[in-house]
Design a protein around this ligand. Sequence first.
Ligand code: HEC
Length: 133
Amino acid sequence: MKLQKIVMTACMLLATSAAMATPATDGLFSRYKAQGAAGFDAARGDKAWHKETQGEDGQTMSCSTCHGKDLGKEGKHHKTGKVIAPMAPSVNKDRFTDAKKIEKWFKRNCNDVLARECTAQEKGDYLKFLLDK
Ligand code: HEC
């Protein structure tokens, strides 16, 4: 009886974690692996997301500068003031559904914040962190 319960809980946990990925992100994780990255880590993505660095235009910023402190809420572009839809896929179903879009914004946003492109490892870590939200 007890074992059955444990197995059921494990299955439910597996089902929820599978639901958090999208076909687009599955494809990207495979691509990043093919580029040499491995062991994507949400905690590392979390740290990198909040780390303040000097961006392309010399301003100190992090990913939260535009995407906001609460990923379940709207963000705001720090320069244009344009509202950015919430990043958390739990409240925004359109998130992380298009690999081309994800790569386009990684390129642009990594340059904004880090003044360079992100590595495959960094992108995978960011995605792991974001998909949990
Ligand atoms: C200068 C403002 C700004 C900063 C800083 C910023 N972003 Fe973005 N980001 C945007 C905008 C604008 C979009 C596109 C609008 C949208 O998707 O709602 C976007 C979209 C994205 C997307 C695409 C999401 C999807 O659904 O496809 C990802 C991934 C992303 N950003 C990651 C990051 C990461 C990682 C950082 C930190 C390295 C970061 N962003 C910092 C403005 C910013």
